[in-house]
Design a protein around this ligand. Structure first.
Ligand code: BDR
Ligand code: CA
Length: 317
């Protein structure tokens, strides 16, 4: 079984991704780290403990990670869409455990050193913890087997600003550091996850299933579905929501469900309207004014077999 560290800001779709992962025979969740993003990182850690408790994995260590971006003083969260507590107001079972003493970045570095080349990292939030881990251990890209990150909006509009997706916008500097660091990195951007719309049929099947994972997911989806239906469903005349993070989890387990391109991805750090945009240079040539960037290309998912992906998630729940 592959050892998996999940770095996350739970967060409703993060919760669904964790619930999808807990019972997959190919991977063992060895640790969870939380990061600011949808909610403050301590709230996210409490949520992670509750999700793991509900899923029957109360022993998985949860480390609280960064509560601020690397270079933004203000903590910006996504509570209007994920609910004040990040789980649509649902709390689930009281967790037995507490977060561990080390930080999420320290935990990641320790595990990567213990299992060189073996660790899979699934990053479902801003990349602050991965960037901090990189500063603690510059060899991290060689020590970690692979990183899969849900983030970026390359050829599609963003979801926080016109150009930036939430996970890049919440910590643009961290995203830029990680994208340039040389990880074996797969990026699963909004270009793919904006197709992960689940509507009434999918949601009702979940609601009608009595299993603990289905019921927990059904509860935490409530406010998220409500807000998404108003924001996006209005145009489609439909109730539903986008399951961004679970798509990245499925792609980590079954890479053949997506199609990829290799690109150097850079993050716009300076733009007044475009800060947090993820940029790809498609020219195929460079000029003296704009010489080639030396960074290693990353693997960018550009399309996925979405009916199969959404069915995998539904069956796992
Ligand atoms: C990402 O932002 C968060 O709101 C979601 O949890 C997901 O990770 C989508 O842009
Ligand atoms: Ca997330």
């Amino acid at each position: 079984r592959r050892r998996l560290v999940v770095d996350t800001d739970p967060g409703v779709d993060d919760a669904v991704a964790l619930l999808y992962l807990v019972d997959q025979p190919e991977v063992e969740i060895v640790a969870v780290g939380t990061v600011h993003g949808n909610v403050p990182s301590a709230t996210g850690a409490d949520n992670a403990l509750r999700i793991l408790e509900a899923a029957g994995l109360p022993h998985v260590p949860v480390a609280v990670g960064a509560n601020l971006p690397l270079n933004q003083e203000e903590l910006l969260t996504g509570q209007f869409i994920h609910g004040e507590n990040g789980l649509s107001g649902h709390t689930g079972p009281a967790p037995q455990g507490r977060p561990v003493a080390e930080s999420a970045a320290e935990q990641l570095v320790r595990l990567a050193r213990q299992h060189p080349g073996e660790l899979s990292v699934l990053a479902l939030g801003p990349l602050t913890n991965i960037a901090l881990a990189l500063l603690l251990e510059p060899r991290l890209p060689e020590l970690v087997g692979e990183v899969v990150w849900m983030g970026g909006a390359i050829d599609v509009p963003g979801n926080v600003t016109a150009h930036a997706d939430a996970n890049t916008w919440h910590d643009a500097e961290a995203a830029e550091l990680v994208l340039a660091a040389g990880f074996a990195l797969t990026v699963v951007p909004l270009d793919v996850t904006a197709h992960a719309w689940v509507g009434s049929d999918w949601l009702d099947a979940l609601a009608n299933h009595s299993g603990p994972r289905a019921q927990f997911a059904h509860q935490v989806l409530a406010q998220y579905v409500h807000v998404y239906s108003q924001l996006m469903g209005g145009a489609r005349g439909e109730r539903g929501c986008l399951l961004h993070d679970p798509v990245a989890a499925v792609i980590l387990l079954e890479p053949s469900l997506a199609r990829y391109e290799e690109h150097q991805v850079v993050v716009e750090l300076a733009g007044t309207r475009t800060r947090g945009a993820t940029l790809v240079d498609r020219r195929g040539f460079h000029t003296p004014a704009d010489p080639a960037d030396a960074r290693k290309p990353v693997r960018v998912a550009v399309a996925a077999d979405m009916p199969a992906v959404l069915t995998r998630i539904q069956h796992a729940l």
